[in-house]
Design a protein. Structure first.
Length: 750
């Protein structure tokens, strides 16, 4: 029912296996090339890192039974469809269902959200249920009897890409794109099942009246199907124009079709077997339509209002200004029109005078999420036209806005060092003080007429690529950044630095640049093997380039002659951002979400895990066991189940987990406030079990004693060493036995 849709894709999974062991490394805090181990109890977040260089706080071990959990997301954008019932708007966003309170149309208020791991396209609300056409996840049914506490109760995974839904009686009719129309029984919303199907064309929108289903077809504009026998729908007629069918509504024997670039078509269906066009109105790109009385409200790039009092001659009455980009959905109730935007949210218009549309309130803004960096417990988010946003992630399940720095430019990248944030926006490198994230302010800037594409900050120097050249700036005085040196380098998009070398990835491939003398940088070598590159990372003379197609690794032990080592492909998507952590490389892989690659053998990088995040993933940052993913339509926080270990070298080849040694997952988890922690000792030994918060700060020593062999059980009551109740959040419990350590996570919810 909304704008251009992607081709059907495979259903995405929520739980993924991590199969690799990470190795340790030493770290010089003044270097950008290796990793630091932090002592017990240290505030792990107070160390600053750059994405392009490897880092670690401990060895990471990924067990075969581990998975990636969705934790939370925020800054949602991308609303496709809306249905209004009473004082509530039910919106199909890219990431799920958003329910808004519209009792004050000037100030729509968020009531609740339901995250659904797929793309929301169409929505229909009937009785106490919201039926969401949710892309490759099919039909999702949500109980909204209490709008503040919606609950997913059922679903049906359609074979195609669920794009729109219409509910009549106890049947849901789903426009399933290339799989045509699916008829699903929802008599029991918790157990929907397929009744019938008609697979032809590409069904984009659907409207049901009596025993007929009118299907807006991408290829053939309008199909009329008989559903008198829902188990055996059949085609009655088809009507085609040069346009593309996206949405349809039917009233008084007339079908009004949102016909994409052909505008609106009015088709007479008084005889369903012989439909014919009686009128039309040109437009920019009509993707949704709603009728009220003699007016047609059309999402046609913007909101347009047509008079259809004379259906043979519809004409324009009024239109709204562009406000949040491309309008893709519309719903009208009483004298208000509710419009959804592909790159933003919902806007409310007064249409009491359709010739003069008046914007009232809105929810969500045109601010695609393009990059993220986390420092301490603050996430710094590049939000394109909405500037830089600072979010508290002290409780990753409930991130909230601390402050924001608004610019008129498109913010595409952020780097944080100490109390300064360096943001790339338009033709500027802006330097912003974030010592108090609630009150950020600009302290300096440097202009680039050709625009700026990538930056890396090391030791008071900014290494910048702007598409035409490579430049080194001194930012030791952030209020007065100034040029040190530059060299010609076309097509650069991303840069990172190791020792006296800058590695630049771009349109034509990988450039190795000497920055031994920052006042006179020069290109040492070039390799075109990984072209159309968007990202680069380096560790110990091995460079990883995210380009076409996927990831390539190079040795630069001889900078004058980079040597190709290996590759890992994610055709047709590219890695737009990379971060190294020990021997794991985390990639924001544009249309494929998060990719986790083992680079323990740089000549054979292998994808070991992934998480499908709808929207275009362009930024990633990993801190402890939290992964923050910038995916255009939201900031997503993921929690892979990682085991942190410290293994001291021994001569007898002692393994981390000898036969019989095991630390179990706590139960119950989440806990409130008691939980049981069990482990098995293969032999008598000295045992220590400690509990840490997400910052790595020690909360409780639960056990420090010598125990006999066998299975042991401990109880934690949610208190610290002083007997105080600790707050809700993610905690880690670590078991130390002789030279072995193993850590697991748990969640406290009070």
């Amino acid at each position: 029912m909304r704008l251009c849709k992607p081709l059907p894709v495979a259903a995405c999974c929520a739980l993924l296996l991590w199969l690799v062991t990470g190795a340790a490394g030493s770290f010089d805090p003044n270097s950008t090339r290796s990793c630091q181990r932090v002592d017990d109890g240290a505030d792990l977040d107070r160390l600053m890192y750059h994405k392009g260089t490897a880092r670690a706080t401990a060895n990471w071990v990924c067990r075969p039974d581990s998975n990636v959990e969705y934790v939370s997301s925020t800054l949602w954008t991308g609303a496709r469809d809306v249905c209004v019932v009473d004082d509530y708007a039910y919106c199909a966003f890219v990431n799920g269902l958003v329910i808004l309170d519209l009792s004050d149309p000037d100030h729509p208020r968020l009531v609740s959200r339901v995250y659904l791991q797929s793309e929301g396209w169409g929505i229909f609300v009937k009785d106490d249920y919201a039926y969401v056409a949710h892309g490759c996840a099919g039909l999702v049914i949500i109980d909204v009897s209490d709008p503040a506490n919606p609950d997913s109760v059922g679903g049906y995974d359609t074979p195609g890409f669920a794009n729109d839904v219409f509910v009549s009686d106890t049947l849901a009719f789903v426009a399933d794109m290339e799989e045509g129309l699916q008829v699903i029984s929802v008599s029991d919303p918790s157990d929907p099942y397929l009744v019938g199907t008609h697979a032809s064309g590409s069904a984009q929108g659907v409207y049901v009246l009596d025993s007929l289903a009118f299907v807006a077809d991408y290829w053939y504009t309008l199909r009329v199907l008989s559903v008198s026998d829902p188990s055996n729908p059949y085609q009655v007629a088809v009507w085609d124009t040069v346009g593309l069918g996206y949405d349809v509504v039917v009233e008084d024997s007339l079908a009004y079709v949102a016909n994409g670039p052909a505008g609106v078509q009015v088709i007479c269906v008084s005889d369903p077997s012989h439909p014919y066009c009686i009128g039309s109105h040109d437009g920019d790109f009509a993707s949704s339509i709603h009728l009220q009385d003699t007016l047609a409200f059309v999402a046609d790039m913007r909101l347009r209002v047509l008079s259809v009092a004379q259906p043979a001659s519809p004409y324009l009455v009024g239109s709204a200004d562009y406000s949040f980009g491309q309008a893709v959905g519309v719903f009208v109730k009483d004298s208000l029109a509710y419009v959804t935007y592909e790159r933003a949210g919902l806007e409310v218009f007064s249409v009491s005078d359709p010739a003069t549309l008046s914007a009232l309130g809105s929810y969500g803004k045109d601010g695609q999420i393009t990059d993220v960096v986390v420092s301490d417990t603050v996430a710094y988010v590049a939000a394109s036209r909405q500037g830089l946003k600072m979010l508290s992630v002290s409780d990753p399940y409930e991130p909230y806005l601390l402050g924001e720095f608004i610019t008129d430019d498109y913010v595409k990248q952020v780097v944080v060092s100490d109390t300064l944030a360096y943001i790339l926006c338009g033709g500027w490198l802006r330097i912003v003080s974030v010592g108090d994230p609630k009150v950020p302010y600009q302290v300096g800037k440097y202009g680039y007429p050709a625009g700026v594409d990538g930056v890396c900050i090391v030791d008071g120097l900014a290494y910048v690529v702007d598409g035409e050249c490579f430049q080194v700036l001194s930012v030791r005085d952030p209020s007065s950044p100034h040029a040190q040196g530059h060299c010609s380098l076309l097509g650069g998009r991303a840069v990172c630095v190791e020792d006296s070398l800058a590695l630049v990835a771009g349109v034509s491939g990988l450039h190795v640049v000497s920055v031994y003398d920052p006042t006179a940088p020069y290109v040492i070598s070039f390799d075109s093997g990984c072209n159309e590159a968007h990202s680069v990372a380096v560790c110990d003379s091995v460079v990883y380039v995210g380009g076409n197609p996927g990831l390539a690794s190079y040795s630069i032990s001889r900078p004058e002659k980079p040597r190709f080592l290996g590759s890992c492909s994610w055709v047709p998507n590219r890695a737009f951002d990379l971060q190294l952590l020990d021997t794991l490389l985390f990639a924001a892989s544009f249309g494929q979400g998060l990719q986790v690659v083992s680079v323990s053998d740089p000549s054979d990088p292998r994808t070991i895990a992934s998480y499908s995040a709808f929207g275009f993933s362009t930024g990633v940052f990993v801190q402890h066991d939290l992964v923050c993913l910038a995916c255009y339509n939201c900031l997503m926080i993921l929690l892979p189940e990682l085991v942190t270990t410290d293994v001291h070298p021994v001569d007898d080849g002692t393994q981390l987990s000898p036969p019989g040694f095991r630390l179990f997952q706590n139960y119950p988890n989440p806990l409130n406030p008691f939980t049981r922690i069990e482990f098995v000792l293969p032999e008598p030994d000295k045992v220590k079990l400690e509990i840490f918060n997400i910052l790595g700060q020690k909360v409780r020593i639960l056990l420090d004693a010598h125990l006999d062999a066998g299975q042991q059980t401990l109880i934690w009551d949610g208190r610290d060493d002083l007997g105080r109740e600790v707050s809700s959040g993610v905690y880690m419990y670590r078991l130390t036995v002789a030279q072995r350590r193993e850590t697991k996570k748990m969640l406290l919810l009070r």
